[in-house]
Design a protein around this ligand. Structure first.
Ligand SMILES: Cc1cc2nc3c(=O)[nH]c(=O)nc-3n(C[C@H](O)[C@H](O)[C@H](O)COP(=O)(O)O)c2cc1C
Length: 196
């Protein structure tokens, strides 16, 4: 890994992500997102990474969901990518910031219409009586937005995980894996190798 580990973890992430886009059979942008309550009880679920740049790793969700509720009370979060086809893992730790309204609008506009309706219909993470209740809500919002653009609900937006640490893990023989972790120090990054 020394040959590819430069001084910018985002640049390295882009290289690895491009590899994953070529080799993963499905959803290379699927990532486990860990959050925790203010009393430090953790929870984890998959989300889809929608953007990554020097600012961090962005994903979108319902703002009244469990994850969003936890993030509002405690913005510390972590992500873990696992690309099985490449025998690689990337771990990201930091704090989340809300994505700007305009950015969220722009992303929402790219979603398929039925996914946009779905965002309106789902009271994500709250109890549901049965499938019929959800289908009724989908029908209601389909009727409400039967013509024109579907606006982004104000309860649906994104978060950006602003990393203070990013670790790259590459499987090697005999469990002697390579691990390099980048720690943010002001505007720069310092790297450290870890035992496997
Ligand atoms: C591969 C995959 C991708 C997912 N992507 C998202 C996503 O981008 N946003 C989201 O809100 N939920 C996504 N989900 C559903 C979440 O895992 C989760 O069930 C939902 O967000 C509710 O989580 P919460 O109750 O912890 O808030 C995805 C699930 C899978 C399996």
């Amino acid at each position: 890994m020394s040959a590819i580990a430069g001084d910018d973890p985002i640049a390295l992430f882009h290289l690895w992500f491009a590899d994953a886009e070529k080799s993963e059979p499905a959803l290379p942008n699927a990532v486990a997102l860990a959050t925790a309550t203010p009393s430090a009880a953790p929870s984890v679920r998959m989300v889809l990474l929608k953007e990554v740049d020097a600012r961090g790793f962005a994903f979108y969700t319902n703002l009244e969901s469990r994850k969003a509720t936890e993030l509002k009370a405690n913005p510390q979060a972590a992500m873990c990518f696992h690309w099985k086809s490449l025998h690689r893992q990337v771990r990201v730790e930091g704090r989340v910031e809300p994505v700007g309204d305009e950015e969220a609008d722009d992303y929402f506009a790219t979603r398929e219409r039925l996914s946009q309706i779905g965002a309106w219909a789902s009271k994500q993470s709250r109890p549901l009586e049965g499938r019929f209740e959800l289908e009724k809500r989908v029908a209601e919002f389909t009727a409400r937005f039967h013509v024109g653009r579907v606006p982004r609900p104000d309860f649906w937006s994104g978060f950006r995980l602003v990393p203070h640490a990013v670790e790259f893990w590459q499987q090697q023989s005999f469990r002697l894996h390579d691990r390099v972790v980048y720690h943010r120090r002001g505007d720069a990054w310092v790297t450290e190798r870890l035992y496997p």
